[in-house]
Design a protein around this ligand. Structure first.
Ligand code: SAM
Length: 285
């Protein structure tokens, strides 16, 4: 089957009594140009030996097939047993493909990632895409690059800059460890069945993190607290906290000053550098 032919994909589903499951985000990519853009953005490099690529949600295998064609090894995790069981055979049992039937939300990531992946390249299911990415991206052995097809709204949140309406927790977290760039938009018509919203290819490239483990903990706790009420002033949001963020009002004022922050600044206005500076001050105690 030509997996970029909407009519062939549709015919396969009808012949096999397969009804794409909306809850599992089963909108299959059927556009060659979008597919090529995803694979190109992954910049798979075989010069240092085998390139292991993680794919989450291979579905019928359109992206899996394109990734294998680069010479990469693909480890694909699919929750839908019916799709997982047919995948290897449908692609001709390639020796460089391993299919794991599993829910990416409950996978033991440290074990799965321990042998290292060059990249994670996936068309993620809409409803759980952000959760899956956040689970994988902060693992110690996370791939150094992610190329993901996600809802445009979600991609824009990952890449959002301070002071913009899309600025939120996911962007502030991801940008601590990754450069995030939007590669291209993908029209609804590039999928079958057609989803309700536009999609975008987003790329994340790991960069060194300037924080120690203790400082990172503060970074995540501070930004989590901050984005509970993104338009409130940081000074009032951080008052009377417990646990890691506990301190008196006086110490809070000193900490904000030490990080060079006005108490009236709003969480959505802080740069990653400012969150980082505040986390260092908090970790010092
Ligand atoms: N890669 C295929 C493509 O581009 O056409 C399918 C992408 S489709 C948007 C998302 C895929 O993720 C589906 O195959 C779906 O069954 C699978 N999926 C949904 N939730 C999942 C989960 N929690 N863990 C693993 N796979 C999941």
């Amino acid at each position: 089957m030509n997996l970029t032919s909407p009519s062939q994909v549709k015919a396969w589903c009808i012949e096999n009594g397969f009804h794409p499951n909306k809850a599992l985000g089963q909108n299959f990519l059927v556009d060659r140009h979008a597919l090529e853009a995803i694979v190109a953005a992954a910049e798979i490099d075989l010069s240092q030996g085998p390139a292991r690529i993680l794919e989450i949600g291979p579905g019928l295998g359109v992206l899996t097939e394109a990734l294998l064609a680069t010479g990469a090894e693909v480890i694909a995790i699919e929750k839908d047993r019916r799709l997982a069981e047919r995948l290897a055979e449908a692609l001709g049992n390639p020796p460089r493909l391993q299919v794991i039937t599993a829910d990416a939300l409950t996978v033991d990531w440290p074990t799965l990632l321990k042998d290292g992946f060059q990249a994670c390249v996936s068309n993620l299911p809409y409803s759980v895409g952000t959760r899956i990415l956040l689970d994988v991206a902060f693992q110690k052995a996370a791939p150094k690059r992610f190329v993901l097809l996600v809802q445009t709204e979600v991609a824009e949140r990952f890449a959002a800059q301070p002071g913009t309406a899309d600025r939120g927790q996911a962007g502030v977290w991801l940008q601590l460890d990754y450069d995030v760039s939007l590669v291209r938009t993908v029209d609804r018509g590039c999928f079958w069945p057609k989803p309700e919203v536009e999609s975008t290819v987003v790329r994340l490239d790991a960069h060194p993190c300037p924080l120690s483990e203790a400082e990172r903990e503060c970074y995540f706790a501070l930004s989590r607290q901050g984005f509970m009420h993104r338009r409130k002033q940081l000074g009032s949001l951080l008052r009377r906290q417990t646990g890691l963020l506990a301190c008196t009002d006086e110490v809070l004022a000193q900490r904000l000053a030490a990080a060079g922050l006005e108490p009236r600044i709003r969480p959505e206005e802080l740069t990653v550098g400012q969150w980082t500076a505040l986390s260092k001050v908090y970790a010092e105690g």
